[in-house]
Ligand binder design. Structure first.
Ligand SMILES: Nc1ncnc2c1ncn2[C@@H]1O[C@H](COP(=O)(O)OP(=O)(O)OP(=O)(O)O)[C@@H](O)[C@H]1O
Ligand SMILES: [Mg+2]
Length: 303
């Protein structure tokens, strides 16, 4: 940019010089004086402009380098946090299994059959937790790295939603929860997507809604088309989510108090996976909630 600027500048300067010197009304001496005087002033001006341009280029470059370094720093920070959280999440069930087994071995003389069964059940529970965390971590890394290369094909979204609702019935019936399907489309909506990934998104949202819903309450899944987007909303009548928590719930391994204290097998990766899959599809996930009045998770997918 600087080089082009100076080439144009010099070209214009030489043109002005030629015009002045070619003026026949001036004597040779006058031409000499004018060209010397004008030449030195223009040279000074040229140097000043050159310095100003260099300063501008340097400031712009350092601004962009700063921006890139800031982004790299953020990515590294996120990765470090992910590794620290993952290590903690994997370490906890392992420590529980190890400690309870060691205590049982120390106490083996007095260990009752019931006591041994309890320890074994506990170990199975913690092993299940470990395998869920590992399964979700692997899935997340596959989605982050590979989804663009995974086959995307036209899918009928209505069929996919219907299928996932049926697959969730077993879980919802255990809590006497009715899943109401409010389909406001003509059943002909096709989108280009990865079917397995979209099934995973719907499954994660419905599982969360079932988990947080009180017994006997209903969940509504609404399917609509808005501005060339498929809009799917999952609404529950659970405790809802505080505003300060609404951003946190998408962070890897984040679990709210109810989920963490429930003792249920949870990885805290469900919504991170949903968000990642939506990004890869050029869509997004949103949450709306008022504590005490349930939560609505919505996804937007471009048609
Ligand atoms: N429908 C909901 N109502 C209230 N809180 C919710 C709802 N869905 C998610 N949350 C909150 O967001 C947190 C993160 O959800 P996410 O699905 O990522 O993890 P999880 O459900 O705890 O674990 P996993 O998905 O492995 O079962 C939950 O622990 C919970 O606190
Ligand atoms: Mg979940």
């Amino acid at each position: 940019m600087g080089l082009t600027f100076f080439t144009i500048f010099r070209y214009e300067r030489d043109k002005i010089f030629a015009n002045i010197l070619n003026t026949s009304a001036l004597s040779t001496d006058a031409q000499k004086i004018i060209s010397q005087e004008l030449g030195s002033q223009i040279d000074t001006l040229e140097i000043r402009i050159y310095i100003a341009v260099m300063i501008f280029v340097m400031i712009s470059a350092s601004f962009f380098i700063g921006l890139i370094l800031h982004n790299i720093n953020q990515i590294l920070k996120r990765q470090r946090r992910f590794i620290a959280n993952a290590s903690h999440e994997l370490q906890t069930p392992l420590s529980i299994i190890k400690t309870s087994t060691e205590v049982a071995l120390l106490d083996k003389e007095s260990l009752t059959k019931e006591g041994a069964i309890k320890i074994l059940e506990n170990s199975v529970h913690e092993t299940d937790r470990l395998s869920l965390i590992i399964k979700n971590m692997l899935y997340l890394s596959t989605v982050e790295r590979n989804l663009k290369k995974l086959p995307m094909a036209p899918i009928n979204i209505e069929e996919v939603v219907q299928d996932i609702i049926e697959r969730c019935q077993l879980l919802s019936r255990q809590k006497n929860i009715n899943i109401i399907y409010d389909n406001q489309t003509n059943n002909q909506v096709e989108i280009n997507a990865n079917k397995v990934a979209i099934e995973q998104v719907l499954m994660n949202l419905l599982k969360n809604a079932i988990f947080h819903s009180p017994v006997g309450k209903s969940i509504t899944l609404t399917l609509t088309i808005a501005k060339r987007n498929v809009h799917i909303a999952v609404r529950d009548h659970g405790p809802g989510i505080d505003w300060w928590e609404q951003k946190k719930i998408f962070e890897p391994f984040y679990k709210g108090a109810a989920a963490a204290e429930s003792g249920a097998i949870k990885s805290g990766l469900g919504l991170t996976i949903v968000q990642e899959i939506m990004l890869q599809h050029g869509g997004r996930v949103m949450v709306k909630s008022r504590p005490g009045h349930g939560a609505t998770f919505s996804i937007l997918l471009p048609i």
